[in-house]
Design a protein around this ligand. Structure first.
Ligand code: ADE
Ligand code: ZN
Length: 327
């Protein structure tokens, strides 16, 4: 029988988690208070994280919550708390998403966001966790806006603070190809590339095809609808591209953990990993909750979870040498 202790002790990498999605109600409340922002809550319990089912409903709550983040200290505190949690969860390597346009669009300078997050990463040096950043573009914004964001990121990328770029937020009518030029430019600048292809959006399989065949991403986020197209699934497996699943996220946006699609990918040898996505908005299910709850649901033993953890290292963007030290 699978023990929680085994899950907690298993060394793992996390590759799909948004820093803004780790903002627990308690911290949102405390930061709002310190910034003298009225969020209409007398206690943290008044902050409603039961936003309903569906990606648009989640996104609405997510963008509302992060409005309290204004200063470098806010981004620092959010990141520092999460890194402690990850290290405690035996996450050895973390590739962390951040959404700069969700802040620059509110008048918060790019520098405030990246410097706050980066300082927390530097100060976590004693924690035995390796942390890299992935900058996501918001897909409902224009390609020009993404280009501008890429330009603002350039000095930080050159310093080695940002390893990859991603694409997230509202997928409806916002296909990967909308961002073809910005992703080509990012690749040219040396970034790794990944993209969300969320569950059951309009034309998801087409979007996955675009991401894999035209943008040629280095990893695919969610993307579980790939099981609907056998050729595409075989292609993903052949080229050994990682796919980041977030079972608890699906539960909170669809009331299912997508066991069938995940098992199909897993059993066919796809390099699928488990991740928490936006834990503070998904029932406070952090990485070990995700591993444990999915395994319980599917009667998985230690063996399967070991392979999931191995996949997480294999499909991370660390050097081959570092990978081997974990495998
Ligand atoms: N932004 C944060 N989490 C996201 C998700 N799971 N899908 C799309 N956009 C997101
Ligand atoms: Zn995500």
């Amino acid at each position: 029988k699978l023990s929680r202790k085994f899950v907690d002790g298993l060394p793992k990498a996390e590759l799909h988690v948004h820093i803004e999605g780790t903002l627990e109600a308690e911290m949102e409340f405390a930061i709002a208070k310190r910034n003298q922002i009225d969020i209409g809550a007398k206690t943290p319990a008044d902050i409603d994280r039961n936003y309903g089912v569906g990606l648009p409903e989640f996104l609405k709550a997510y963008y509302k919550g992060m409005q309290v983040l204004r200063t470098k200290q806010d981004f620092y505190d959010l990141t520092a708390a999460f890194l402690r949690k990850e290290a405690d969860s035996n996450v050895k390597h973390l590739e962390l998403f951040f959404d700069p346009q969700a802040h620059t669009s509110r008048g918060i300078p790019f520098a405030t966001v990246i410097e706050g997050i980066h300082e927390a990463i530097v100060d976590a040096a004693s924690l035995d966790i390796d942390v890299q950043l992935i900058m996501c573009f918001l897909r409902e914004y224009s390609q020009e806006s993404a280009m501008q964001t890429l330009k603002e990121a350039e000095p930080y990328h050159k310093k080695g603070w940002i390893l990859g770029v991603g694409l997230d937020s509202d997928e409806h009518h916002n296909p990967p190809l909308k961002f073809m030029l910005v992703f080509a430019k990012a690749r040219n600048q040396g970034y790794y590339l990944t993209m969300h292809c969320d569950l059951h959006q309009v034309d998801t399989v087409d979007h996955i095809k675009q991401a894999l065949e035209i943008i040629t991403v280095d990893r695919l986020d969610h993307g579980l609808n790939i099981v609907e197209n056998a050729d595409l699934m075989t292609f993903l497996i052949d080229i050994k591209i990682g796919i980041t699943a977030c079972p608890m996220a699906y539960f909170y946006t669809r009331k299912v953990m997508e066991q069938k699609a995940i098992n199909k990918l897993f059993n066919n040898g796809a390099l699928i990993s488990f991740n928490s996505d936006d834990p503070a908005y998904k029932g406070s299910n952090y990485i070990n909750d995700v591993y444990y709850k999915f395994a319980q649901k599917c009667n998985w033993s230690e063996k399967e979870l070991v392979r999931i953890a191995q996949n997480s290292f294999k499909t991370s963007w660390i050097s081959q040498q570092e990978k081997e030290s974990y495998l």
